[in-house]
Design a protein around this ligand. Structure first.
Ligand SMILES: O=C(O)CCC(=O)C(=O)O
Ligand SMILES: [Fe+2]
Length: 358
C-alpha cells in the first residue's frame, strides 16, 4: 500500500524502516517526489553545466607484446593523473560474469520487502551485510533516490554464510574474476610512481579489503529535482564499476567545473581513483568528484567494487615518494578512522579528504 505522500513520517517508515526502499515507493504509483527527496537548487543538475566536448578515456587492456603493456601502463597513469576516471575494455573479466551479477542485482531488489528487511542496519546479523536506501538517511537533509545492498568481504566462509543467496555466488565470482584486473591497474599506477616492488605491506594498503555494492536507482517521477547519488569522491584506492546501459553517471571536468557524462560502453568497466590513492600518491592521482542523476523513464543498476586499504592500515604518502624528496601534503591516518568520517556524514563533494590534510 502506498503511504500518504504528504506525511513525511509515513514515507520514512515505509521506505527506510519497513524495507520497501525507494523501489517500493516508486512502484506505489507515486506522481511526484516527496519533499525530503527534493535537493536544494545548487545540488540539482543544471543542464547548462554538462560538458559535451570532453570525454574520459577508454583504454584497451588487451596485451599483444611488451610494447602494448608499456603503452597500457602509460595510458592508465595519464588517465589517473588527469581525469581520475577511465573505462577499460578487453579487461579479462568474462562478459557472462558481468551479465550474471546484473541479473542477480535485479533478483535481489525484486524480493518482497520482508525478505530484504532482514539485511537492514537494525536487523542484519552482521555489519558486513547491509540493505539500505539513500546514503546516511539519519544525517542527510535531502535524501538520495537510490537503494543499495552493501557487502563487505572478509572471507569466503563469511560470505557463504551471510550474503543473500539471490546474489552471493554472482557477486563473489565478479569479485574473484576482477582480481587480476585490479592488480594490473594498481601495479601500473605504482610503476608510474617508480614503485616497482609491491611487498605485503604495500599490497595491504592498496587492496587489503573490498566492498561490493549493488545499487538500484528506481525510475523517478521528477528526476530533475533529486539525485541518484549526490556529489562525492570514493574513499577507495580504486573503484571498479559495472554499470548497465542506462547512463547517468557524471564526473567533474578537469578544470573543476562542469560535469562529463560517463557513457555506458558495452562490456566495459569504469575505473576511478579514490581518496586513499590520492593520499598514498601524495596528490599525483586524482580522486574525482562524481554524481548520479535520477532517471525519469527507466530503472538503473550499477555494481561498484571498492578496493580499499585494510581498515587497520595507516595511510599516507608512500615512503618511496618522500625518499625522493617530495614534501608530503597529507598526514598519516588510520584507514578505519577515514572510513568512519566518510560514513558519518552526508555526501559533501571533495570535503572528506580534508580529514587527511596536514
Ligand atoms: O552508480 C554509479 O554509477 C556510481 C555510484 C557511485 O558513485 C558509488 O556507489 O560510489
Ligand atoms: Fe562513487
Amino acid at each position: 500500500m502506498a503511504p500518504a505522500i504528504s506525511d513525511s513520517q509515513n514515507i520514512t517508515d515505509f521506505v527506510v524502516k519497513k524495507g520497501n526502499g525507494i523501489k517500493g515507493l516508486a512502484e506505489s504509483g507515486l506522481q511526484s517526489v516527496p519533499k525530503q527527496y527534493i535537493q536544494p537548487l545548487e545540488e540539482q543538475m543544471d543542464m547548462q553545466n554538462i560538458v559535451t566536448n570532453e570525454f574520459i578515456p577508454v583504454i584497451d587492456m588487451s596485451i599483444g607484446d611488451d610494447d602494448d603493456d608499456h603503452n597500457v601502463v602509460k595510458l592508465i597513469c595519464d588517465a589517473a593523473e588527469k581525469w581520475g576516471f577511465f573505462q577499460v575494455i578487453n579487461h579479462g573479466v568474462p562478459v557472462e560474469v558481468l551479465e550474471n551479477v546484473k541479473v542477480a542485482t535485479n533478483r535481489f531488489f525484486g524480493l518482497p520487502a520482508e525478505e530484504k528487511m532482514v539485511y537492514t542496519k537494525e536487523n542484519s546479523v552482521t555489519n558486513n551485510v547491509r540493505y539500505g536506501t539513500s546514503f546516511v538517511p539519519e544525517a542527510e537533509r535531502s535524501l538520495e533516490w537510490k537503494d543499495y545492498l552493501s557487502l563487505f568481504y572478509t572471507s569466503e566462509k563469511e560470505a557463504s554464510a551471510f550474503w543473500p543467496k539471490e546474489c552471493k555466488e554472482q557477486a563473489l565470482e565478479y569479485m574473484k574474476r576482477s582480481e587480476l584486473l585490479i592488480r594490473r591497474i594498481l601495479e601500473a599506477l605504482m610503476k608510474g610512481l617508480n614503485v616497482t616492488n609491491i611487498d605485503a605491506q604495500t599490497s595491504s594498503v592498496l587492496m587489503g579489503s573490498k566492498r561490493i555494492n549493488l545499487n538500484y536507482y528506481p525510475k523517478c517521477p521528477n528526476p530533475e529535482l533529486t539525485v541518484g547519488v549526490g556529489r562525492h569522491s570514493d574513499i577507495s584506492t580504486i573503484t571498479v564499476l559495472l554499470q548497465d546501459d542506462i547512463g547517468g553517471l557524471y564526473v567533474r571536468g578537469i578544470d573543476g567545473k562542469g560535469w562529463i557524462h560517463v557513457p555506458p560502453v558495452t562490456s566495459s568497466l569504469v575505473i576511478n581513483v579514490g581518496d586513499a590513492l590520492q593520499i598514498i600518491s601524495n596528490g599525483r592521482y586524482k580522486s574525482i568528484e562524481h554524481r548520479v542523476v535520477a532517471n525519469g523513464s527507466k530503472n538503473r543498476i550499477s555494481v561498484p567494487i571498492f578496493v580499499n586499504p585494510r581498515p587497520k592500515e595507516m595511510i599516507g604518502p608512500l615512503p618511496e615518494l618522500l625518499a625522493m624528496g617530495e614534501k608530503p601534503i597529507y598526514k598519516q591516518v588510520l584507514y578505519s578512522d577515514y572510513a568512519k568520517h566518510f560514513f558519518n556524514k552526508a555526501h559533501d563533494g571533495k570535503k572528506t579528504i580534508d580529514f587527511a590534510n596536514i
